[in-house]
Design a protein around this ligand. Structure first.
Ligand SMILES: NC(=O)c1ccc[n+]([C@@H]2O[C@H](COP(=O)([O-])OP(=O)(O)OC[C@H]3O[C@@H](n4cnc5c(N)ncnc54)[C@H](O)[C@@H]3O)[C@@H](O)[C@H]2O)c1
Length: 443
């Protein structure tokens, strides 16, 4: 069967009946028979890539791509028979790939997402799905165009923690009364003076120029590669050409806790302050405020992001926001909900009797997501439904990227979500970035 008709077959048969595949011959196949497995390319096989090995081992991993050839041995031991690549542009030409899991550094995410979707591959993209406002909009727009045939998931796996759903239920059901404002914070600090200076030359097994990819040239320094597995992103994600600092790092997880509960789209205005601007390094301290219009169940609200040991005001002296680390506060007309990823605390205002609020019975709660990676794998096989697709996560990532634009512009900006433009020409120049020759965004 050619790759395209095999994929169509996979999708139509899986969608049609509770995990049973019926071949044209009439033979029945169970959910995990070889014919019902996805052919997956894993791009970025070490670090965060390792966290996907178990989920991917139920499928056929047919391609492994990494700029560091030393990472292939471990990956091939887990996925023998996969073809290896050092350049994801070549990897994506392999014809039998159904779906792509991408765990590369952030500055290649939008490119890989767009190139993969252009080739009709399902995509699981580690967060953040893009660096700039313009990139997030293009990734989201392409997904929306192809949503009837492609499944996408942004790698905010904490979303599957049941607390996320409980927080949403409480906000929607009026536990704090009418929602008035949301405050989200993360206390991680990774101060750096600037890009690392030139030091030595890359080993022959590391394709440093491919690591730079679309970003401008910076001299090699082993420091960019010196972190432990799954945390090496903390060696490069604070530099403007490689990441968005805490906005795209913990911010993508923590804002998700709020985003999941507020049904927001585009902010209409944004302002932000932080550390003095450094053209090489994103700010450690940042406070960004986003004004969101009313929707059909809540009034207009301000959503605020605090990072680098900037905090909103704690609703009670005994609640230590720094001690919580990463969390969200929902302020309403009758009280406050304080939440971290796993737990929540409702503080009704003095005198609020909570008689209007009823906790949901078991049969009315939002169904559990289960395993987050598996949700995407099942979506690729037919349902196309994921909880953090590029529509949902794209809007959130766009908002956060816009916060950095307002910070750099140094003034309050109006924002038009329809056009993706602000009311300031200088700020509009910061909505996108340019790429090195050979690395078009839409390839
Ligand atoms: N969801 C989470 O909880 C979570 C946790 C950690 C990291 N992440 C995300 O995962 C991504 C990777 O982070 P990391 O700490 O593993 O980084 P890393 O620097 O360790 O890179 C991961 C792997 O990608 C490879 N790589 C780098 N550039 C590549 C390219 N152009 N093509 C192919 N492979 C390439 C590296 O050699 C490495 O093997 C980041 O986007 C980060 O934000 C997510």
């Amino acid at each position: 069967m050619n790759p395209l008709s095999r994929r169509q077959f996979l999708k139509s048969t899986t969608a049609s009946g509770a995990g049973l595949l019926i071949l044209p011959t009439g033979t029945l196949f169970g959910q995990n028979r070889p014919s019902n497995k996805l052919n997956i390319a894993l791009i970025g096989v070490w670090g965060r890539g390792l966290a996907h090995y178990d989920a991917l081992s139920t499928e056929n991993v047919v391609a492994l791509c990494d700029v560091n050839e030393l990472r292939f041995a471990e990956a091939l031991a887990k996925f023998p028979g996969a073809k290896t690549y050092v350049d994801w542009r070549k990897c994506l030409e392999q014809k039998d790939i159904d779906a792509v899991v991408c765990c590369t550094p952030d500055h290649q995410h939008a490119h890989i997402a767009i190139w993969a979707m252009n080739r009709d591959k399902h995509v699981y993209m580690e967060k953040p799905i893009a660096l700039t406002v313009d990139e997030t909009r293009k990734v989201r727009a392409l997904y929306l165009e192809k949503r009837h045939k492609l499944a996408t998931q942004a790698g905010t796996q904490r979303h599957a923690i049941p607390n996320f759903a409980r927080v949403r239920e409480m906000i929607r059901d009026g536990a704090v009364g009418e929602l008035r404002g949301v405050f989200v914070w993360g206390n991680r600090q990774l101060p750096r003076p600037g890009y690392l200076p030139a030091e030595g030359s890359p080993p022959s097994t590391l394709h440093y120029d491919l690591w730079l990819g679309p970003s401008p040239e910076h001299p090699y320094n082993p420091g960019y590669f010196s972190g432990r597995a799954g945390a090496n992103c903390l060696q490069w994600n604070m530099y403007w050409d490689f990441g968005t600092g805490q906005v795209g790092d913990m911010g993508n997880h923590t804002m998700d806790l709020a985003w999941n509960a507020i049904d927001a789209t585009y902010p209409e205005a944004v302002e932000a302050q932080g550390d003095p601007f450094n053209p090489e390094v994103t700010p450690v301290k940042l406070v960004a405020h986003f004004e969101h219009p009313a929707n059909d169940w809540r009034p207009a609200i301000r959503v605020s992001w605090y990072q680098g040991k900037e905090f909103p005001t704690s609703p009670k002296k005994y609640i230590d926001l720094d001690g919580i680390g990463h969390g969200a506060i929902f302020k309403g007309s009758k009280g406050v909900l304080v939440s971290d990823f796993n737990t929540r605390m409702l503080i009704p205002d003095a005198g609020a009797d909570l008689t209007d609020y009823k906790i949901r019975s078991k049969d009315r709660v939002i169904p559990p997501i289960g395993n987050f990676q598996e949700e995407w794998i099942n979506a690729c096989k037919g349902s196309l439904k994921t909880s953090c697709n590029f529509d949902y996560n794209g809007l959130m990532t766009e908002q956060m990227a816009l916060g950095l634009v307002a910070y750099r512009a140094g003034k309050k900006l109006k924002y038009d979500g329809k056009t993706g433009r602000t009311d300031d020409a200088a700020a509009n120049a910061l909505l996108s970035r340019s790429y090195r020759a050979g690395w078009p965004l839409d390839g």
